[in-house]
Design a protein around this ligand. Sequence first.
Ligand code: HPA
Length: 276
Amino acid sequence: MTENNVSKEIENAYEYLQEKLAGRVKPVIGLVLGSGLGDFAKNIKDALVIPYNDIPDFPTSSVEGHKGCFVFGRIGDVPVVCMQGRVHYYEGYSMQKVVMPVRLMCRMGIEKLILTNAAGGIRDDLKPGDLMVVTDHITSFVPSPLIGPNYEAGPRFPDMSRVYSPDIIADIKKAAFDLGIEVKTGIYLQTTGPNYETPAEIRVYKLLGADAIGMSTTVEAMAAVHAGVKVACISCITNKAAGLSETKLSHEEVQQAADMIKNKFTRLLLKTINLL
Ligand code: HPA
């Protein structure tokens, strides 16, 4: 895909949304809700829902547990845009297409982006039901979304030494403390999926320093950092990674576990947005 195509697609989608959003306040916070976490969007006031299907050139999500729409509105006084469901590389989209929704939110002028996902716990203490604030990531096993002619929102060779904003991480920790919710921190590693990993792969990833694993997120974080937007990520640990428990991994198990964490996750996210 050429530079012109990337920017042209984003501009077309941007213009479509601008028309739909006429008269509404521009969102300042963007949220991406991962597998089984889409219900958080119920907390958005004055909600305007725009299905991805309606947006020109937009990738649509085919995954169970991912609704596939933008929800615009407010949380408290804060104007937000929320992605109820994301698209994944394993659905067959190019990485440029996978990050198009995030680039579009950046184009709309968000200042901060909070990513969320369901993840498998690799580190011994990370168990189903835990929340992990991502402090850094390993993205070396998937193609960079920045490959191709440079999208003009950012530089050709962006620095990735601090992908996850220490300020937002501090706000999440403060929100967790105020609510009496335990949060852990750790390194997230992205794979392509759609298959779960083998136990041998998990042992390798552990040696490399990964604490949790999933099939999304790092590429979105990179696209946002490239565009100059501050990023944070909360992972909901839905299972022990392959080989670390007796259970066979399945999407149903992940969704059920996400369902159980939903309440705690929602309270944490609402409180955090209040502090940002
Ligand atoms: N591996 C990859 N992706 C995941 C996992 C996992 O164990 N759990 C939730 N998403």
